[in-house]
Design a protein around this ligand. Structure first.
Ligand code: SF4
Length: 373
């Protein structure tokens, strides 16, 4: 099949498949650029089933760019809690404020204008431009890489800059000029539900007669990816100081993961703690309780793990009971009743601990060691 005919076949069969397999979602067919943007940002790195209730909640709480711009930051982070990649939420609000303050509340209506919004890259700009404004910009995400790599038998790695350029050029050349929004949506849906990463049902695929990967038995090999760098491992120890039903938390403000979320006083070590002495001899313990403090560690949790894009976090939680008269330095901390902790936005790993009381190790330091790696 000649290349031009291959393009035509691809477009025709893709759109026919889309007409048959259309998955109704609240953001599909949406023309309001604000709602398209909101849905795209929520769905980045998130499964549709998980993102859907968040989209509904955000749309109800912040129906337009003005209400998002004015949302209290803590409220926004709490709404976002559980979605991860919190910089997306911060960027959303910064961009909303930019639109209100610098653009008179008018959403940018061009691809280049969209790219000026904080957190909006080529993918999101193309999605908003094509869905909301019908502009001919092709979206290129992981699903699109996979479909194009397989159908056209492309060997270039999707994470090399030459590969990215090649895929972006091909996606743009394939794009339907008459229906760019539907074409983009169809291609993304096709990658998500038909040309899946593992074990796609190729014999039932409408593209299989011309799909190079299928014809050449290379479906599992494509798309090619470079080796990922190893994730950095970090070991967090959260010290939960308790007194009369109160605990102390702080807001993370450093330029690091989970900025603007809350946490308990943190001791970060280069390795897992081997014994309670590692906690007692730490600067964090001394800063809060003073040298030689005799406070009692009443519980230590099992290790909890959370894998982020570039890091793997292992967290252990140490419950420390404070007597009424015991000195405690609460500088930089907020005292909160334990029953009110759920009102604050925490990283997921802390939520897991708080929701997992049944897994605490019981009140015995002699029991700690066997549970730590
Ligand atoms: S035949 Fe298989 S590999 Fe090719 S496009 Fe269809 S699902 Fe993807």
């Amino acid at each position: 099949m000649k290349e031009e005919a291959r393009y035509d076949f691809f477009r025709r069969e893709l759109m026919a498949w889309f007409a048959r397999s259309h998955r109704p979602m609240p953001w599909k067919g949406e023309k309001d650029p604000y709602l398209v943007w909101l849905s795209e940002v929520i769905l980045q790195q998130t499964r549709v089933e998980q993102g859907l209730p968040y989209f509904e909640r955000f749309r109800a709480a912040y129906p337009d760019v003005g209400s998002l711009a004015e949302a209290p930051e803590d409220e926004l982070m709490k709404m976002w809690e559980g979605l991860g990649y919190y910089s997306r939420a911060r960027n959303l609000q910064q961009a909303a404020r930019f639109i209100v303050q610098e653009l008179g509340g008018q959403f940018p209506a061009t691809y280049d204008g969209l790219l000026r919004l904080k957190g909006v890259g080529p993918y999101t700009a193309a999605a908003i431009a094509s869905f909301a404004f019908g502009l001919p910009h092709a979206v290129v995400d992981g699903n699109v890489f996979r479909v194009l790599a397989r159908f056209f038998g492309i060997e270039a790695s999707v994470d090399s800059s030459a590969g990215k350029k090649q895929f972006a050029g091909l996606a743009q050349a394939l794009l339907s000029r008459e229906q760019p929004g539907s074409h983009n949506q169809a291609l993304m849906d096709f990658g998500a539900t038909q040309c899946t990463p593992r074990s796609p049902n190729c014999t039932a695929c409408p593209l299989h007669t011309a799909c190079r990967a299928f014809q050449q038995g290379r479906v599992e090999e494509l798309p090619r990816k470079g080796k990922k760098p190893a994730k950095k491992e970090r070991f967090f120890h959260y010290l939960i100081f308790n007194r009369n039903g109160m605990a102390w938390i702080r807001k993370r403000t450093e330029k690091d993961i989970w900025r603007n979320l809350y946490e308990f006083p943190l001791l970060e070590l280069a390795r897992p703690a081997q014994a309670e002495a590692d906690i007692r001899n730490s600067t964090c313990w001394e800063q809060r309780l003073g040298a030689g403090a005799t406070a009692r560690v009443s519980q230590a949790s099992r290790p909890f793990s959370q894998v982020l894009t570039h890091q793997k976090i292992q967290a252990t939680f140490w419950e420390i009971g404070l007597a009424d008269e015991a000195p405690f330095n609460s500088e930089g901390l907020i005292a909160v009743k334990r029953e009110n902790l759920s009102k604050f936005a925490f990283p997921r790993i802390i939520d897991w601990y708080l929701n997992d009381n049944s897994l605490y190790l019981e009140d015995s330091l002699t029991n700690i060691k066997p549970h730590l790696p």
